[in-house]
Design a protein around this ligand. Structure first.
Ligand SMILES: [Ca+2]
Ligand SMILES: [Ca+2]
Length: 242
């Protein structure tokens, strides 16, 4: 059936009047530069059980680099989730910087409070252990590539659950290379204060209100095929997984 031209024009006018903000934001990005514990220093770095660090260093080496004395290093990244949406997916993105060869990079939960973690002065066997043990957030093969590459590590279901549990506070991720005992396996960041690189979480949001599902809003959430799925997800408090 052909719609009268007037109706089409009214529909178009409404589409123009309704602001984009009427539909929920469906992705969020959190950077280590936000809510810095040390002013001007990103909430990222490394801990070693034997090689002392200093709190204003935001280099995030992981592994056992030859040029840092052969000590073991595990890295961390902390994010302020005070305004975080409930997430359906969470991806950690990191600039590669220097890398010695193909390796596997593994992410873990972090029990150490974010403030303690980011006061990365000296050495700590306990924090080093924490960064590479506990609940796995995924293991990723990392091929060789350019120093400016931004690598993406999508967290597994346990990682997404940990993100959601941490909403309202800080969320930290620990990283290690399982082959760290073999000399020269590392992911290496050189970023001094403000020196650049990407260290962020990219999050796909889930709706928290039925209104976010209505008027086509469900289309903003890739997890849903229709408005009904979206509404029932909200109605069950997120228990009905899309
Ligand atoms: Ca620090
Ligand atoms: Ca841990």
């Amino acid at each position: 059936m052909k719609r009268p031209r007037a109706v089409v024009m009214v529909v178009c006018a409404i589409a123009l009047v309704v602001p984009a903000a009427a539909h929920a934001v469906t992705t969020q990005t959190f950077a280590t530069s936000q809510s810095a514990f040390d002013p001007g220093v990103r909430n990222q770095g490394w801990w070693s059980p034997t090689f002392p660090n200093f709190a204003f260093n935001d280099n995030y080496v992981a592994g056992q680099p030859v040029d840092l004395g052969g000590s073991l290093y595990r890295n961390f990244f902390s994010f302020d989730l005070s305004s975080a949406c409930p997430a359906s997916s969470v991806t950690l993105q990191l600039t590669r910087f220097d890398q010695t060869g193909p390796l596997t990079y593994s992410l873990f939960d972090v029990s150490t409070p974010a403030a303690t973690l980011n006061a990365n002065e000296g050495t700590s066997q306990a924090i080093f252990d924490d960064l590479g043990s506990g609940t796995s957030f995924g293991s990723f093969p990392v091929a060789d590539g350019g120093a400016d590459d931004v690598l993406s590590f999508p967290l597994n279901a346990a990682g997404v659950a940990a993100f959601n549990a941490a909403r309202g506070g800080f969320f930290s991720v620990g990283g290690k290379t399982p082959a760290e005992a073999s000399f020269g396996n590392n992911i290496y960041g050189f970023s001094g204060p403000g020196a650049g690189g990407t260290q962020q979480l990219v999050v796909s949001c889930l709706p928290t209100t039925k209104d976010e599902c209505k008027d086509g809003g469900w289309r903003n959430f890739p997890d849903f095929k229709n408005q009904g799925q979206c509404v029932s997800f909200v109605a069950t408090g997120g228990e009905k997984t899309p």
